[in-house]
Write a protein that binds this ligand. Structure first.
Ligand SMILES: NC(=O)c1ccc[n+]([C@@H]2O[C@H](COP(=O)([O-])OP(=O)(O)OC[C@H]3O[C@@H](n4cnc5c(N)ncnc54)[C@H](O)[C@@H]3O)[C@@H](O)[C@H]2O)c1
Length: 111
């Protein structure tokens, strides 16, 4: 798959698996937007990678829509999505009963 010039979204891109994935996508020529919680960690990660910082809590649908709009305005429509954000246990993003509840992604959901 040729991803040179393709727009990519990486949630949780400020740390760990997301950061590493964003690094690999950029090395392969993709234009990467990091969607992560707002703050210095996201800004520093974006600056160090040469990615676009798009702050959002992934459990907040409106905030995610704004982040996607920001990424699309800079890079065009995304063709790649890698979802690494959060602290949730394993769950199907879309199962027989529809999409997983966004509340599953909130730390408070687990106490
Ligand atoms: N590291 C592993 O070996 C491993 C293995 C299997 C599954 N996982 C799962 O993959 C996910 C990422 O793991 P990691 O090791 O990269 O963790 P990490 O803590 O290094 O990175 C998670 C990132 O998600 C961001 N984040 C957390 N809650 C968010 C929210 N509500 N909205 C937006 N961003 C949010 C954090 O700010 C952080 O940058 C976790 O859910 C983890 O349970 C990790």
């Amino acid at each position: 798959m040729d991803i040179v010039g393709q727009a990519a979204l990486v949630t949780g891109g400020a740390s760990g698996l997301g950061y590493g994935t964003a690094q690999a996508l950029i090395a392969a020529g993709a234009k990467v937007a990091l969607i992560d919680l707002p703050g210095a960690k996201l800004d520093d990660a974006a600056a160090s990678l040469g990615a676009l910082a798009c702050p959002a809590d992934v459990s907040d649908a409106a905030a995610v829509e704004s982040a996607i709009d920001k990424a699309a305005a800079a890079h065009g429509p995304a063709r790649i999505l890698v979802a690494c954000a959060g602290i949730a246990p394993a769950a199907r993003a879309v199962g027989r009963d529809g999409p997983m509840a966004l509340e599953c992604l909130q730390q408070s959901h687990f106490g």
